[in-house]
Design a protein around this ligand. Structure first.
Ligand code: ADP
Ligand code: ADP
Length: 232
């Protein structure tokens, strides 16, 4: 099964002399129920790829499919619904709402979707992430790593079909980083979710089932069953 795919995907930022071709015709299939890492040098198009796959931005050419749905065929309203109901985001900018507590931030997407949280899963998740004692705090009262973990809990609490994570371990110490990667792996292998993660870190990438390499906006290779050594 294919969870998402791009066909001839092109993204150009700016125009004329200043135009940057961030993606230059990418054909990529993201396998459902697998953990895929995207690696590549800075500026190779990783973040752009994630944003387009997740429907947060639109391409300049080619197409993006989530399952059978071509994202560009959707109205803004339908796209918002797809993002809300089928996708979990773990991005570097946490986008936590400052006036809400950690718990309220985590539960907000479910609330907006009109769904009841699975309290048992919620409790387990915040325990795994080590934020149980922080649930009543606002983001400004949390460290960067804690805010990151609140954002992770928010992304996972609804058990979305696809999870997009952009450098999810970037703000975490090594132990918390490994716990988060274990959690993402468990989301895949225990719950059948699909995870797509952008990372610079070969150790983080070694948690994935497959590493896709980008260079200059093009696919430059892939490695199945990566190890930290094989992706260096
Ligand atoms: P990576 O995540 O691999 O570092 P990005 O996708 O962030 O790569 O960027 C790919 C290229 O596109 C880079 O040259 C970057 O400077 C450029 N770029 C990314 N976002 C924008 C933007 N919003 N406006 C202009 N150029 C951008
Ligand atoms: P990273 O490579 O660590 O993912 P970047 O610094 O490349 O982060 O990009 C962070 C954000 O800034 C991305 O969302 C990207 O779209 C945007 N960005 C990157 N390069 C540019 C640029 N030249 N102009 C405007 N926005 C950019």
């Amino acid at each position: 099964r294919v969870a998402a795919r791009t066909v001839g995907l092109v993204k150009v930022y700016g125009r004329g002399e200043a135009a940057v071709r961030a993606l230059d015709g990418v054909d990529l299939e993201i396998h459902a129920g697998r953990f895929t890492a995207i690696m590549g040098p800075s500026g190779s198009g990783k973040s752009t790829m994630m944003h387009l796959l997740a429907g947060l931005d639109t391409g300049s050419g080619g197409s993006v499919f989530l399952g059978e749905t071509e994202l560009s065929s959707l109205s803004d309203k339908a796209l918002t619904t797809v993002r809300r109901d089928r996708i979990g985001f773990v991005f570097q900018s946490f986008n936590l709402l400052p006036q809400l507590t950690a718990e309220q931030n985590i539960l907000l997407p479910l609330e907006l979707a009109g769904k009841q949280p699975d309290r048992k899963w919620f409790d387990e998740l915040v325990e795994i992430l080590g934020i149980t004692a922080r649930l009543g705090h606002r983001p400004s009262e949390l460290s960067g790593g804690q805010q990151q973990r609140v954002a992770v809990a928010r992304a996972l609490v609804s058990r979305p079909e696809v999870i997009f994570a952009d450098e999810p371990t970037g703000n975490l110490d090594s132990k918390s980083g490994h716990e988060l990667l274990d959690l993402l792996r468990r989301s895949v292998h225990q719950f059948g979710q699909t995870v797509v993660m952008v990372t610079h870190d070969p150790v983080a990438a070694s948690y994935a089932d497959r590493v896709v390499l980008l260079a200059d906006g093009k696919l430059a290779g892939e490695i199945y069953q990566p190890t930290a050594d094989s992706v260096l």
